[in-house]
Design a protein around this ligand. Structure first.
Ligand code: FAD
Ligand code: MG
Length: 343
C-alpha cells in the first residue's frame, strides 16, 4: 500500500473518529499515532483526583506501553519474543497473557475464523511489511502446517508456541486497548469519554448531557459516514478490507485472511461493525464475522445474541441485527438505502 493511500486512510479515520465523538464542549482531547493508526482521545469533566489532561497523559503512556508489549514487528515486544523462541516457553507480561487468553477463546468460539497464528501468512502477502505480493498456491500450501491457534499453549503468563509458528494479535489488540483504557478512566473517576483507536471506538458512559454517543459507520465505497449508531458505555469496532489492501492485475487483496484458504477473505462483505460491552470481543468478532460472511455470521449472532452488528455487503446492502433497531440511523445522503433487520 502506498504512503499516499495510508495518509488518506488516516485522514478518513480521523474524520470518522471526530464525527463519532462530536458533541458538547470538550474538556480535553489528544491525537496520537500509535499501533499504526491515528487515535483521538476525548475526556470530559474531572476525575476524583485527576484532571482530564493528566488522564490523557496516563492513557498515552499506557497505549505506548501496550504497543511495545504487543507489536509483532517490535523486537522487544512479548509477541516478538514468543515468535522467535524456537519452540521454547516464554514468560510474558500481564497484558500479552490476558489478551492472548481472551483471543484464544474467541478463536475457539468462532470455529477458527479468527486465528491468532496467521502471521506467516500475513507476511507472505506482504501485510505489515508493506511489500505486498500474491504468493503462489505451493507457497501457501507450505504454510498450512505453521498455522493453527490450537497449538498455542498458555499457562498463566507462560506461552509456548511450536517452532515455525508466529502470533499476530493485530486483529484484537486495539479493541483490548480501548477497553483497558475505559477501565483506567473509570478507576480515575471519569464517567464520560470517547476514545477512537482507528476503527475501534470505545465510549465511556454517555455524553456529558446524558445523550448517547453518535458513532459513525463508514461507507466502504466512499469513506463518508453511511450510518450512525447511538451508544452508551459500549465499544463499536469495524473491520473491512477497504482500508488495508493492495491491487494486482485488477484484483483487490485485503488484509483479513480466511484461515481456510490462507488468502484474503472473499465472503461478499465490505465491512462488519460490532457493538458490545467489551472491545476485545468486538474487535475479534468484527474480523471473524468478516471472514464468515453474512449467512454464517447471522447464524453466529442468533446463537450468541450478546452483541449487535452492522453488515455492509460489497453490493452496498446494509443488514443490522434486531437490537440496533432503535439506535441505528442512516446518515445524510443515505436516507434511501434499504436496511434489512435480522431477527
Ligand atoms: P482487524 O480486522 O481487527 O484485524 C486484521 C488484522 O489481523 C490483519 O491486518 C492481520 O494482521 C490479522 N489478521 C488477518 N486475518 C486474520 C484472521 N482471520 N484472524 C486473526 N487475525 C487476522 N501495522 C503495520 O503496518 N506496521 C506496524 O508496525 C504495526 N504495528 C502495530 C502494533 C500494534 C500493537 C497493533 C495492534 C497493530 C499494529 N499494526 C501495524 C497494524 C496491524 O498490523 C493490523 O493491520 C491492524 O491491527 C488491523 O486492525 P484493523 O482493526 O484494521 O483490522
Ligand atoms: Mg478485529
Amino acid at each position: 500500500m502506498s504512503k499516499r493511500l495510508t495518509g488518506l486512510i488516516c485522514a478518513l479515520a480521523l474524520f470518522l473518529s471526530l464525527s463519532g465523538c462530536a458533541a458538547p464542549p470538550k474538556e480535553a482531547t489528544s491525537q496520537i499515532f500509535a499501533m499504526d493508526t491515528f487515535m483521538t482521545l476525548t475526556v470530559y469533566g474531572k476525575g476524583i483526583e485527576t484532571s482530564a489532561e493528566a488522564a490523557l497523559d496516563q492513557m498515552e503512556d499506557y497505549i505506548y506501553a501496550l504497543e511495545n508489549a504487543l507489536s509483532v514487528t517490535r523486537e522487544a515486544s512479548d509477541i516478538h519474543k514468543i515468535n522467535t523462541a524456537g519452540g521454547e516457553s516464554v514468560e510474558v507480561g500481564y497484558a500479552a497473557a490476558g489478551l492472548l487468553d481472551g483471543a484464544l477463546e474467541l478463536c475457539e468460539q468462532t470455529g477458527g475464523a479468527l486465528d491468532v497464528t496467521l502471521y506467516p501468512v500475513v507476511k507472505a502477502w506482504g501485510f505489515t511489511t508493506g511489500e505486498n505480493r500474491v504468493p503462489g498456491q505451493e507457497e501457501l500450501a507450505a504454510l498450512k502446517d505453521r498455522v493453527g491457534y490450537s497449538a498455542v499453549e498458555l499457562d498463566g503468563q507462560t506461552v509456548t508456541l511450536p517452532a515455525g509458528m508466529e502470533l499476530d494479535l493485530g486483529a484484537v489488540a486495539k479493541g483490548y486497548t480501548g477497553y483497558q483504557l475505559a477501565v483506567l478512566l473509570k478507576e480515575l473517576g471519569f464517567s464520560s469519554a470517547c476514545l477512537s483507536l482507528g476503527g475501534n471506538v470505545q465510549t465511556i458512559g454517555a455524553k456529558p448531557n446524558g445523550d448517547p454517543w453518535r458513532v459513525g459507520v463508514q461507507d466502504p465505497e466512499s469513506g463518508n459516514a453511511l450510518a450512525i449508531v447511538d451508544v452508551i458505555d459500549k465499544a463499536v469496532v469495524t473491520s473491512g478490507n477497504y482500508q488495508r489492501y493492495f491491487k494486482e492485475n485488477g484484483q483487490i487483496y485485503g488484509h483479513i485472511i480466511d484461515p481456510d484458504t490462507l488468502s484474503p477473505a472473499d465472503s461478499g462483505l465490505a465491512s462488519v461493525t460490532i457493538v458490545a460491552d467489551k472491545g476485545l470481543y468486538c474487535d475479534g468478532l468484527s474480523t471473524a464475522l468478516f471472514v464468515m460472511g453474512l449467512e454464517e455470521a447471522t447464524h453466529f449472532w442468533r446463537q450468541h445474541r450478546d452483541f449487535e452488528a452492522v453488515f455492509i455487503g460489497e453490493d452496498g446492502a446494509v443488514t443490522i441485527t434486531a437490537g440496533l433497531e432503535g439506535s441505528f440511523s442512516l446518515a445524510s445522503g443515505y436516507e434511501n438505502r434499504e436496511v434489512t433487520i435480522l431477527e
